[in-house]
Design a protein around this ligand. Structure first.
Ligand SMILES: *[C@@H]1O[C@H](CO)[C@@H](O)[C@H](O)[C@H]1NC(C)=O
Ligand SMILES: *[C@@H]1O[C@H](CO)[C@@H](O)[C@H](O)[C@H]1NC(C)=O
Ligand SMILES: *[C@@H]1O[C@H](CO)[C@@H](O)[C@H](O)[C@H]1NC(C)=O
Ligand SMILES: *[C@@H]1O[C@H](CO)[C@@H](O)[C@H](O)[C@H]1NC(C)=O
Ligand SMILES: *[C@@H]1O[C@H](CO)[C@@H](O)[C@H](O)[C@H]1NC(C)=O
Length: 341
């Protein structure tokens, strides 16, 4: 009863947009949390903190401002179609959209060979040729309060677009929080090739929390060889397969809510399903199974769960604030996406 009342009160607060009171109420963490905060490779991701502040308003200014390693806070205003190529974000950068104005389209962003990067409050839509964001051989990255979308249409299949946030080549200690991922097929791939065991194994520690996924196909996330802690996310109409752990990957899954037409919430069965993007057979690719552990109770809705191997990832190695399960859907809808920070 008391939780239901709280849901009503929070829903009434929704038009106020700023969800920072959620943090104040102790219902969820608004600040950085998870692997991008607590890690053995430099600690809290601070991005451009202490560096120069610049505001950019054109693609050329954006690309120049995010390059290089010196600390910089880059405020982003307006529309960006990067026809000249994907900007490469260097180390020690915060790239932060202003208000609800920052909109990237056409080509997405790369974080390659970098460390200590924050990407916040950007709307990234209709990236057709590649991922919206690729994080490759990089550590300490916080992807927070962004919105990603294109189109989800069963007739165009999984390869019309690529991923939304793909994390590859031994990248490590990353947090993906409070993003609104919608109307797209493949969301977030962690480890992009089962032949890269030697490169990836023991890396790819990623925290996913308080993200809102709606009208999606697969990979929410799909991991190989690493560890992903997936908590307090909301999945609505995640049509085929949400969380996939394969090729000896480990996931710790807790406090998530699944709704609508969501066939499979969690699977550790190694098969890359035909509705994903198999390389060798339309019937799917065979890979080794992954592992899953369940922490705090999840609400699976009508979705299936196929845990073939229970792993050893029973506890996250950091402190984090778990939202009570009955409040997850309301709080995630209230807090995720752009224009909230
Ligand atoms: C950027 O960050 C890296 C890693 O934290 C550090 O080694 C380097 O000195 C930083 N660069 C500057 C200019 O501060
Ligand atoms: C980006 O610019 C290119 C070249 O002008 C154009 O073809 C494309 O439609 C634009 N993309 C978007 C999403 O506006
Ligand atoms: C990343 O580092 C590798 C190895 O040093 C180098 O070959 C590659 O060009 C770098 N990639 C980028 C985009 O800087
Ligand atoms: C990964 O990035 C580091 C710089 O952070 C670079 O020294 C190294 O060569 C890169 N490795 C690869 C395989 O690109
Ligand atoms: C669950 O995994 C097993 C392999 O252990 C597989 O035979 C079965 O088809 C899977 N179920 C679904 C619904 O994919």
């Amino acid at each position: 009863m008391r939780l239901n009342n709280l849901v009503t009160v929070l829903s009434a607060l929704a038009p106020l947009a700023s969800a920072s009171p959620l943090g104040a109420l102790g219902l969820a963490s608004w600040d950085i949390e998870g692997y991008a905060k607590e890690n053995p490779v430099g600690g809290t991701t601070t991005g451009g903190k202490g560096g120069t502040k610049v505001t950019v308003t054109s693609p050329a200014e954006f690309s120049a401002a995010v390059a290089g390693d010196e600390p910089k806070i880059v405020y982003v205003k307006g529309e960006y179609n990067f026809t000249a190529g994907r900007p490469k974000i260097g180390s020690n950068k915060s790239v932060i959209g202003v208000g609800k104005s920052a909109h990237i389209t056409g080509k997405g962003l790369d974080v390659i060979n970098a460390t200590n990067v924050i990407i916040q409050n950007l709307k990234i839509t209709n990236i057709l040729d590649n991922d919206c964001i690729t994080i490759r051989n990089s550590t300490r990255v916080w992807v927070d309060h962004n919105e990603f979308s294109s189109i989800f249409d069963v007739n165009i299949g999984p390869d019309y677009t690529d991923g939304q946030v793909d994390i590859i080549r031994a990248s490590d200690y990353i947090t993906v929080s409070w993003n609104y991922f919608h109307d797209h097929w493949k969301s977030s791939l962690v480890g992009n090739d089962d032949k890269l065991r030697d490169v990836d194994f023991g890396h790819l520690h990623v925290t996913y929390h308080h993200n809102y996924w709606r009208n999606m196909g697969t990979r929410g996330p799909a991991g190989r060889f690493g560890h992903q802690h997936v908590y307090n996310n909301l999945y609505v109409d995640f049509h085929y397969q949400a969380i996939h752990s394969r090729s000896d990957n480990q996931v710790l899954v807790e406090g998530n809510v699944f709704r609508g037409d969501t066939r499979e919430a969690l699977s550790t069965y190694g098969l890359v399903i035909p509705e994903d993007s198999p390389n060798t057979c339309v019937c799917g690719d065979e890979e080794l199974d992954g592992f899953a552990n369940l922490g705090a109770k999840n609400d699976w809705g009508n979705a299936g769960v196929n845990i073939t191997r229970v792993g050893t990832f029973t506890k996250a190695p950091y402190k984090y604030k778990l939202t009570p399960l009955p409040l997850v859907a309301t709080i995630v809808k209230l807090g995720a996406g752009v224009g909230k920070i």
